[in-house]
Design a protein around this ligand. Structure first.
Ligand code: ADP
Ligand code: MG
Length: 287
C-alpha cells in the first residue's frame, strides 16, 4: 500500500495524478475505487478541512520529500495561485472504470488517510487467519481487535512537548477501535525559529499551527486518520461541529498553550499521565 499510494514516487497514484495534470482520463487502477470514494466522503464531512486533493500545495511546501526542507516558506503569490484553483475531490469523476479530473490542479495525496486504511487491512488479514485479539501499531497510530486478556487494550499517547518520549495520556481501546493522532510536533520545517508543521489548512494554504496534537478514537481506521488531521486543522470554535459531522465522539486535543480539551465520551477512556495546567470537557453538537 505504501508503494501504491505513494504521493510522489512512481506508482499507480502518481500515474493517476499525472493524468489529472494532463487533462486525460485513464483506466482506474485496481484497488483504488473504494479508498477514493471514502476520501471524497471524508472531505465533504470535514467541510474540506481534510482535503486530499491539495497535493500541489503540499509539494509547494516541500512536504513531498522524506526530509523536509529548511529555508523560507513558499511565496504568498504561489500559495494564492494554487488556492485560487480550489482543488477538491469533488472535481474527480469516476465512470465506467475510468478516472479523470475536471480540474487539472487536483493532485491526490493520501498521506493523512491511507495509513488508517492500511491498519484496517492488517487487522482484517489477522482476523482472516483466525486471530481474535491483536493490536496493530503503525508508528503510534493503532487499531485493535478483541481484548488484552479480557481488559481493554491500553494505548499511550506521546506528550507533544516531545521531551524524552513522555506520555501525555493512556487511552483504552475496545474491539474494532482505531486510535489515531495528528500532530505538528514531529514533522515540520523550520525557518528563523518559526516551525511550520506538515498539516496544511486548505482554506489558507498555510500550516495549521494553532493545535499541537489531536487524538481520536473511531470505528474505522480511515475515518480516525483523516478525522485526526481534519480536527488538527479545525479551530477552537469549530472542532466539535466537525467531529460531530464526521461521527467521531471521542476526541482529545492539545492546543499551542498545552491546554487539553476532550469530549465527554473520550474522558471515560483517558487517564492523563502528566499533571495538566488546564483540562476542559466539550460536548458535541447533535449532528
Ligand atoms: P501523520 O503523518 O502523523 O500520520 P496526518 O495523518 O495528519 O499525520 O497526515 C499528514 C499528511 O497529510 C501530510 O504530510 C500531508 O501529506 C497530508 N496533509 C496535510 N494537510 C492535509 C489536509 N488538510 N488534508 C489532507 N491531507 C493533508
Ligand atoms: Mg491523518
Amino acid at each position: 500500500m505504501h508503494r501504491r499510494w505513494h504521493a510522489w514516487e512512481p506508482g499507480p497514484l502518481e500515474t493517476v495524478n499525472r493524468a489529472f495534470a494532463g487533462g486525460r482520463r485513464i483506466e482506474l487502477p485496481p484497488g483504488m475505487l473504494e479508498p477514493i470514494l471514502r476520501a471524497k466522503r471524508l472531505e465533504s464531512a470535514s467541510e474540506g478541512l481534510f482535503n486530499p486533493a491539495i497535493g500541489r500545495l503540499l509539494a509547494l511546501w516541500g512536504f513531498h520529500a522524506s526530509q523536509l526542507p529548511s529555508g523560507p516558506p513558499p511565496s504568498q503569490d504561489a500559495i494564492a495561485d494554487l488556492l485560487a484553483q480550489s482543488p477538491s475531490m469533488t472535481d474527480i469523476q469516476i465512470e465506467n472504470g475510468t478516472i479523470g479530473s475536471r480540474n487539472p490542479a487536483v493532485q491526490m495525496d493520501f498521506g493523512a488517510f491511507i495509513k488508517g486504511v492500511a491498519v484496517e487491512r492488517a487487522l482484517a488479514i489477522l482476523e482472516a487467519h483466525g486471530l481474535e485479539h491483536a493490536i496493530v501499531n503503525a508508528g503510534g497510530d493503532v487499531g485493535v481487535i478483541g481484548s488484552a486478556g479480557g481488559a481493554p487494550w491500553r494505548v499511550g499517547i506521546r506528550h507533544p512537548d516531545g521531551a524524552g518520549g513522555r506520555i501525555l495520556a493512556e487511552l483504552e481501546a475496545g474491539d474494532g477501535e482505531f486510535v489515531f493522532t495528528s500532530g505538528n510536533y514531529l514533522r515540520y520545517r523550520e525557518h528563523e525559529g518559526i516551525r511550520h508543521g506538515h498539516i496544511i489548512d486548505p482554506r489558507s494554504g498555510y500550516p495549521a499551527d494553532r493545535v499541537v496534537s489531536v487524538t481520536v478514537i473511531a470505528e474505522h481506521g480511515g475515518t480516525a486518520d483523516a478525522g485526526a488531521t481534519a480536527l488538527a486543522v479545525a479551530g477552537e470554535a469549530e472542532w466539535p461541529r466537525i467531529a460531530a459531522r464526521l461521527g467521531i465522539d471521542k476526541v482529545l486535543r492539545v492546543d499551542g498553550q498545552g491546554r487539553v480539551s476532550m469530549t465527554t465520551a473520550m474522558r471515560e477512556r483517558v487517564r492523563l499521565m502528566a499533571p495538566q495546567a488546564a483540562v476542559s470537557e466539550r460536548s458535541l453538537p447533535p449532528d
